[in-house]
Write a protein that binds this ligand. Structure first.
Ligand SMILES: C[S@@+](CC[C@H](N)C(=O)[O-])C[C@H]1O[C@@H](n2cnc3c(N)ncnc32)[C@H](O)[C@@H]1O
Length: 731
């Protein structure tokens, strides 16, 4: 029942298609390893090398690893807390503390200036192949790898594996695949007793553990940069990640959650006040970096220093951090500088556009989060009713709605092109020494060419007892022979004696093992078995039919209600499908059960162009996830608690392109709609050329796919008329 597409290694070096569950790229790697269930805070000297005593005076900038003196022949006992001079390989005297949820972390014994090299850690590189074979998955290493060149994983020795994650890291890391090391450098001044943290991934939905907060959120600017930094993992050259040095915040001790909450509220208001001038006109101001000056323009990042928090139970050490129970509520002495910003007037606040997440407009300004959360009623469906027979002997199933699945371009292309062939340039040679260079050239040439993803890059064949190696270069249509030869020669003189040849290969991947055998006879291709998804609702189990029918009925009546209120009559209802219909497929992310929201279009009443029914609904779900009981439900898997992950959306009309993209980004699982759009619809992949649908729900070039189902059954004329909307309206 699911449009899942296998991930397969391919020419582009990426996954050819991405299953709905396979959207997470992880900057460090893989599934959760069990969390360190250590007792409250324990101090541990850094194994063999640690000093529990801070070095005197100013912390020196450390030379690179190669210039360190040799370590002493005999290291101290692991558990020793005895005071001694810093070990030459740990001259900063960094020490470890164990936290109940984060496990071990690295702490500063005294102030460390920004830009200090903490350590250059040697790395053990595990190749992509070894990693993908799953050899590390069941080991603790699964949580300790750094993304490395060519899809490999780097296991950092020394302190490298002990830095915990923070979205506002105070340490940046620079990977060098040339020296197989990672340098850790402070990105800002680190206070005595503060934990040294790196940012594993700017996108926290990619973290595989439940984050315990070390610092609060970072600005969008730094987030963007940090993301690109993390993603640049395969760069051959040293990557530079000093993105956070430019943000210099006064440190702030916040001692309880209330204070933090109040502070966030305050800052939100301040931000709002600055967004408009005295005439109420919105001013667009670029948020400048601080350049190390006294205050920060952007209000978002707040640096929570742990230096003042202490724990009486902790072992002796330069500084420790506390359990929540031992926190004091001492007011903060040094705080983020906000005095430069005037307090906004209430008028300013109320003139801001209301948030999206409530369909109850009156409630939109309330500070009470619960008041704007609208967990709507569950669908009314009764499986047994549908399995019974009516008094007149007719099966009730006949009354069911019917649905047709809207195929996306990815599926269409495959269907149309199953036996197709195409011509490509290849390199052919016998000398195995040429393979590496030829492969590198091939990767360079085809890195972004989607049309060759299904081809394995190398084809080895035995001919007359000799192995012939053929390597994919490009589509014949991309280059003429002269151009290709000159690009190749300038890439490497090693290849200059070879001449590219034309070869005919399958133009699509294999869908079955039978096809794989036939196609690979010409050239090895990937197998990407599409699960069989029915194209209509005829084979659905009765329960699913009843459930989907009631979802459709719900949106039709919500649409009529919206019309009565003078709105554009488009309505949605979002929910999780009952667990007995959950697909058995591998990688299926179970949805958050009990999460339900409905919404209608409010562009008319709010006089706001973005109040589309779908966007309103996505916002409502996002909001519900921030309040109880959903905040108490741990995600079933990494990403399971993200927006519409694995949820079902019913909607009266085919969503517009913008809403279709919003649904895609929200990771919805399936969408059922009634009225197709002739213009501007995001789904219908233009089968009869009369519609403009882009098939956004199932495109090969987008990283998530979902099923789109169109209602094809009867609908009463009155409802149809009432719910009619302008043909070119974006919905
Ligand atoms: C590279 S290790 C870091 C060292 C680890 N704390 C230890 O004791 O070995 C990554 C693991 O630390 C934990 N961790 C790191 N940062 C965290 C955070 N902010 N909140 C909760 N756990 C965190 C997670 O269990 C994660 O899998």
């Amino acid at each position: 029942m699911n449009a899942q597409y296998d991930s397969v290694e391919s020419v582009s070096g990426q996954t050819t298609t991405t299953s709905r569950s396979n959207v997470e790229e992880q900057s460090i790697v893989h599934e959760a390893s069990s969390k360190g269930d250590s007792l409250s805070f324990r101090e541990m000297p850094i194994t063999s090398l640690a000093s529990t005593k801070a070095p005197n005076a100013q912390v020196p900038h450390i030379p690179s690893l190669s210039s360190f003196p040799s370590p002493p022949s005999c290291a101290s006992d692991d558990n020793s807390t005895e005071e001694h001079s810093p070990h030459p390989m740990n001259p900063l005297g960094l020490y470890l503390l164990s936290h109940p949820s984060r496990g071990r972390g690295v702490f500063a014994p005294s102030t460390i200036p920004a830009g200090t090299l903490i350590e250059e850690s040697p790395v053990l590189v595990i190749s992509r192949k070894e990693w993908e074979e799953g050899k590390m998955n069941d080991t603790i290493l699964g949580s300790y790898g750094f993304c490395w060149k060519d899809g490999g994983m780097g296991i950092g020795l020394g302190l490298a594996s002990l830095f915990n994650h923070s979205s506002i890291p105070n340490v940046n890391f620079i990977r060098s695949s040339k020296t197989s090391t990672i340098k850790f450098i402070t990105s800002k001044k680190v206070e005595k007793g503060e934990e040294l943290c790196i940012c594993y991934s700017a996108d926290e939905s990619k973290l595989w553990f439940t984050k315990s907060d070390i610092h609060t959120d970072i600005t969008d600017d730094t987030r963007d940069k940090s993301q690109s930094f993390v993603m640049n993992s395969s760069s051959d050259s040293e990557d530079e990640g000093a993105f956070f040095t430019k943000i210099e915040l006064d440190s702030e001790d916040l001692t309880d959650e209330l204070e933090l909450k109040q502070k966030k509220e305050r800052e939100k208001r301040l931000w709002a006040s600055r967004a408009r001038d005295s005439n109420g006109q919105i001013q667009i101001k670029k948020k400048p970096y601080n350049n190390g000056k006294t205050h920060v323009y952007s209000p978002q990042p707040i640096h929570l220093s742990s230096s003042r928090i202490h724990d009486e139970n902790a072992l002796a050490g330069p500084s420790t951090i506390s359990t929540p129970s031992s926190r004091t509520s001492t007011p903060s002495s040094s705080s983020i500088s906000i005095s430069n910003y005037p307090e906004p007037s209430t008028d300013v606040i109320s003139s801001l556009p209301p948030p999206l997440h409530s369909t109850n407009i009156q409630n939109r300004h309330t500070k009470d989060k619960e008041a704007i959360a609208e967990l709507v009623d569950d669908l009314d469906w009764d499986e047994q009713y549908w399995t019974s027979t009516r008094a007149d002997g007719v099966g009730r199933e006949e009354q069911f709605s019917e649905f047709e699945r809207v195929k996306g371009p990815a599926e269409r292309e495959v269907e149309e092109d199953q036996d197709g062939m195409m011509d490509i340039w290849i390199l052919e040679f016998k000398d195995p020494k040429l393979t590496r260079t030829a492969l590198d050239f091939s990767k360079d040439l085809t890195a972004t060419d989607d049309r060759m993803r299904h081809l394995k890059r190398v084809c080895r064949r035995k001919e007359d007892d000799q192995e012939i190696c053929r390597i994919v270069l490009s589509l014949v249509t991309e280059y003429d022979l002269t151009t290709l030869t000159s690009i190749m020669t300038s890439f490497s003189t090693t290849l200059s004696h070879l001449t590219p040849l034309i070869h005919t290969v399958p133009s699509s991947c294999a869908r079955t093992s039978e096809q794989l055998k036939i196609k690979s006879h010409t050239w090895p291709v990937t197998l990407s078995a599409l699960p069989v998804i029915s194209s209509d609702s005829s084979d659905w189990p009765i329960g699913r039919k009843a459930w989907v029918t009631s979802g459709i009925k719900r949106v039709l009546s919500l649409g009529l209600e919206a019309k009565r209120k003078g709105e554009i009559p488009i309505a949605t209802y979002c929910t999780s499908q009952p667990s007995n219909f959950w697909p058995k497929e591998e990688g299926f992310i179970p949805p958050t059960e009990g999460l339900r929201a409905s919404s209608n279009d409010t562009r008319t009443s709010e006089n706001h162009p973005l109040r589309h029914a779908t966007l309103n609904c996505v916002a409502s779900i996002a909001h519900l996830r921030t309040i109880k009981p959903f905040t108490d439900v741990p995600p079933t898997r990494n990403g399971a608690d993200y927006l519409l992950t694995s949820l079902t959306l019913f909607i009266t009309h085919e969503p517009c392109v913008m809403c279709s993209m919003a649904l895609l980004h929200s990771r919805v699982r399936e969408v059922f709609y009634v009225f197709p759009r002739k213009k501007g619809g995001g789904f219908d992949a233009n089968p009869d050329k009369s519609t403009t649908g882009l098939g956004i729900h199932a495109r090969r070039d987008l990283n998530h796919r979902f099923e789109a189902w169109r209602y094809t059954g009867e609908i009463d004329e009155n409802t149809r008329k009432e719910l009619e909307i302008q043909e070119d309206l974006q919905v």
